[in-house]
Design a protein around this ligand. Structure first.
Ligand code: 5GW
Ligand code: MN
Length: 334
C-alpha cells in the first residue's frame, strides 16, 4: 500500500495537469477553430477570408439581432456574403431558367435602361435569363445589348392614374403571368423594382422556393417597429406582437408556382380591401408581408440584395449588390 501511494503523481503535478487541461479547453472554446484549421491547410486561406464575415455575423456582439444570423428560427438560410459557394451552386443550376420581372410605367420608364444594363453585368451572369418588362410605352423602350442565352420580352400594361394603383397592379399582372405564361418558360421568377441598379454579383444563391429580402431600413429593428398594416379591417392586417421580418416589395422571388400563390393572395387581398374602401398602409408591400408571415420564406436575402447608400448601418453590408437609384420624387410622380 505504502509503496503504491509513493508512485502516485504529486498533488502539484495533478493541479498542473488540470490547469493545462483547463487552458486547452479554454482555447478550444474561445479561439476560432478555423484558425487552427487554416494553419493545417493553407489552401483554405481564401475560404477563410470569406468566412470571416460570416463568423462575425454568427459570433459577433450583435448575434441577438435576428436579421444578423445566418438561419431563421424556422431554419431558412439568410444569405450574407460568405455563406455560399457560388461555384457549387452555379453547377447545380446549370440548366435552370430564371425570369426577372420589372415594371417601367409612366415616368419610371427612364430607369429601365440602366436597370437592364446593370442586370446584364451582374444578374445571373452565365445563366438562362428571361426579362419580363412591363410598360405602358413598349415602343419607347431602348433595349440594351443582351448576352447569348438571355431574352427580353416587352409587355404592354395600362397606366393607372394613381401611383398606388400602378404599384398594386403589379400583383394582378404577375398573377396572370405566373399562371399562364411563365410556367412554360422559366423555373424561378425574381421580381424587382426598376428604380434600382445591380452593382455587384447577384446569382443563383438567391434562388429558392419562396425568397424574400430583409428591408434595408428595418433589418436592425424589432417587429414592433415594422410598418405592417395594423388595422384589422384590412386583408393585410398583422396583429401587434406578430411578425418575423419586414420584407420589401422591391426584391423577392421563388419557384413560379410559389410566386403565383403569393401574387394571387396579394391580388385578392387588394381587391378585398378595395371593396371595403381601405388601402393598406404600404399597398402591395403590406399584403406581401402578411402573406410571408403565414407562408414563411424558405430563403432570406440580407440587405446586400437591396441597399440604399443613404441609409445608416452600412458597416454590416460588405457587398452592395442591388442599389436604389436616387430619384427626384417630384419629378417622377406622374
Ligand atoms: C410613381 C410615383 C410614386 C410611386 C410609384 C410610382 C411608379 C412606380 C410609377 O409611376 N411607375 C412604375 O412603374 N412604378 C413601379 O413600381 C416601378 O417598377 C417602381 O420601381 C415600383 C415601386 O415604386 P417605387 O420604386 O416608387 O417605390 P419605392 O418604395 O421604391 O419608393
Ligand atoms: Mn423603388
Amino acid at each position: 500500500m505504502k509503496e503504491r501511494w509513493k508512485n502516485m503523481p504529486s498533488p502539484t503535478y495533478i493541479v498542473g495537469f488540470l490547469f493545462l487541461l483547463f487552458i486547452v479547453g479554454f482555447c478550444i472554446q474561445y479561439t476560432d477553430l478555423l484558425i487552427l484549421f487554416k494553419q493545417l491547410n493553407p489552401k483554405l486561406d481564401e475560404n477563410y477570408k470569406e468566412l470571416e464575415h460570416c463568423k462575425t455575423l454568427l459570433y459577433g456582439e450583435n448575434k441577438k439581432k435576428r436579421a444578423l444570423n445566418v438561419l431563421t428560427p424556422w431554419l431558412a438560410p439568410i444569405i450574407w456574403n460568405g455563406t455560399f459557394n457560388i461555384t457549387v451552386l452555379d453547377a447545380q443550376h446549370k440548366d435552370t431558367r430564371i425570369g426577372l420581372s420589372v415594371f417601367g410605367v409612366k415616368k419610371y420608364i427612364r430607369f429601365l435602361l440602366p436597370f437592364l444594363e446593370s442586370a446584364e453585368r451582374y444578374f445571373m451572369v452565365g445563366h438562362n435569363v428571361t426579362y419580363y418588362v412591363f410598360t405602358d410605352k413598349v415602343n419607347d423602350v431602348v433595349k440594351p445589348k443582351i448576352a447569348e442565352g438571355r431574352t427580353l420580352q416587352l409587355h404592354d400594361v395600362t397606366a393607372d392614374k394613381r401611383w398606388q394603383d400602378v404599384v398594386m397592379r403589379r400583383m394582378e399582372i404577375l398573377t396572370a403571368f405566373a399562371k399562364e405564361r411563365m410556367p412554360k418558360e422559366i423555373d424561378y421568377l425574381v421580381c424587382a423594382d426598376v428604380d434600382m441598379v445591380f452593382n455587384d454579383h447577384v446569382g443563383v444563391e438567391i434562388l429558392g422556393d419562396l425568397v424574400a429580402t430583409l428591408h434595408p431600413g428595418f433589418f436592425l429593428s424589432e417587429p414592433e417597429g415594422f410598418t405592417y398594416e395594423r388595422r384589422p379591417i384590412s386583408a393585410a392586417y398583422i396583429p401587434h406582437g406578430q411578425g418575423d421580418f419586414y420584407y420589401p416589395a422591391a426584391f423577392y422571388g421563388g419557384k413560379v408556382d410559389e410566386i403565383y400563390k403569393l401574387h394571387l393572395a396579394c391580388h385578392k387581398g387588394i381587391e378585398e380591401d378595395r371593396k371595403n374602401k381601405i388601402e393598406a398602409i404600404w399597398q402591395e408591400e403590406s399584403h406581401i408581408n402578411r402573406y410571408l408571415l403565414y407562408n414563411k420564406p424558405t430563403k432570406i436575402l440580407s440587405p446586400e440584395y437591396l441597399w440604399d447608400n443613404n441609409l445608416p448601418s452600412g458597416e454590416y453590408i460588405k457587398r452592395r449588390r442591388f442599389l436604389a437609384v436616387h430619384k427626384n420624387h417630384q419629378e417622377v410622380r406622374n
